[in-house]
Design a protein around this ligand. Structure first.
Ligand SMILES: *Cc1c(COP(=O)(O)O)cnc(C)c1O
Length: 333
């Protein structure tokens, strides 16, 4: 059986560093979409509540419902509700969807300041505000998203400037009381003096922020994946391990098979080419639920830093983490 362990001390330490930047725990909206980046939605919600986080961001209504009792504020990024909910705010990603939201829904309007993925065009702000009013929706905030906050380019500044124009415009149209937010993890760490109403923080809280535009060395990954042993055998020089016999023993040694594989969400491309943090060498192909290592331990740590796996697999830690299947047993330390 493979198992995910979350380190609460490291999580709280990451949140301390983040709260130091936002200047208040209350300004952290913890992003829990996609099973809390693979960490486990309820488990992370529970730890976050214990720390004193009051706000969360998710993708769907069903995710929001699962964690409803842990937070006083939940923002749903991409869903349309059947009926309004006291705790839950919904994102308006497009003018055309405004008429699909039931009257009385709390909403936040996303504005496209450069990313060109979701959100209304800045030019359409007045029209969108009118349509929201006509539909009887309760607008609480306007927000935007950065496209390259993790790279040291001028785009971060360009988007901030465009967003401040949006604020001025909304105020001039009589919207005095709205909240505004734009920062994700990488963006927050670029501020010298953070002054927005809230920051939407995902990857930094999980300790895997990688940004060339700021320093954040003290953040630490909180998730480790481990696996327990199925069996051990003694192999002789030249014997081959696993599907296709792709690894041949160079000397006789004890080899163990662990209950872990690509069905857990680990990438098969690292077959024959992976060594665990404790030096146990993977032999042969990663199978669906079985992988063999040159060791005998009852339980081995597969990884405890998704950034390292991501580098080896030429992807980003977000993909490594969110790929971990919901069925894996999870607990916190
Ligand atoms: C996922 C997401 C975030 C969190 O981004 P991180 O880089 O993980 O901090 C923030 N805002 C929006 C709109 C998102 O979709």
């Amino acid at each position: 059986m493979s198992k995910i362990t979350l380190n609460k001390t490291k999580f709280f330490n990451n949140l301390d560093i983040i709260a130091d930047k936002t200047k208040s725990k209350d300004k952290i909206a913890l992003v829990l979409k996609d099973n809390a980046y693979g960490h486990g939605l309820e488990l992370v919600a529970q730890m976050a509540q214990e720390y004193g986080i009051t706000k969360a961001v998710v993708r769907t209504t069903s995710e929001a419902k699962i964690i409803e009792n842990f937070f006083t504020y939940i923002l749903v990024l991409a869903d349309i509700p059947q009926m309004p909910d006291e705790n839950i705010r919904y994102t308006i990603n497009d003018i055309a969807t405004i008429k699909k939201f039931p009257k009385g829904t709390k909403v936040e309007l996303k504005v496209d300041t450069l990313m060109h993925r979701n959100g209304i065009a800045i030019d359409a702000l007045e029209m969108a505000l009118e349509a929201i009013k006509e539909q009887g929706l309760l607008l609480e905030a306007i927000f935007t998203h950065h496209r390259s906050a993790d790279e040291l380019t001028s785009e971060w500044f360009v988007q901030n400037k465009l967003f401040s124009q949006v604020k001025v415009k909304a105020k001039s149209l009589g919207y005095e009381e709205l909240r505004y937010h734009s920062a994700n993890s990488a963006s927050l760490f670029r501020y010298g003096d953070f002054d927005e109403d809230m920051a939407r923080i995902g990857i930094a809280a999980y300790g895997c922020l990688e940004s060339s535009a700021s320093t954040q060395e003290d953040l630490q990954p909180i998730l480790s994946l481990s696996a327990s042993k199925n069996s051990t055998r003694e192999l002789t020089k030249g014997e081959r391990v696993g599907y296709g016999g792709s690894y041949a023993m160079s000397v006789g040694a004890k080899v163990s098979n662990y209950d872990f594989g690509y069905a857990d969400g680990f990438i098969r491309i690292l077959s024959n080419n992976y060594t665990t943090p404790n030096g146990q060498k993977l032999l042969g192909k990663i199978s669906m639920d079985n992988s063999s290592f040159l060791c005998e331990e009852e339980e081995i740590v597969i990884f405890n830093d998704a950034r390292e796996i991501a580098k080896q697999a030429q992807t980003i830690p977000y993909e490594i983490l969110t790929s971990l299947k919901a069925g894996i047993k999870r607990e916190f330390l």
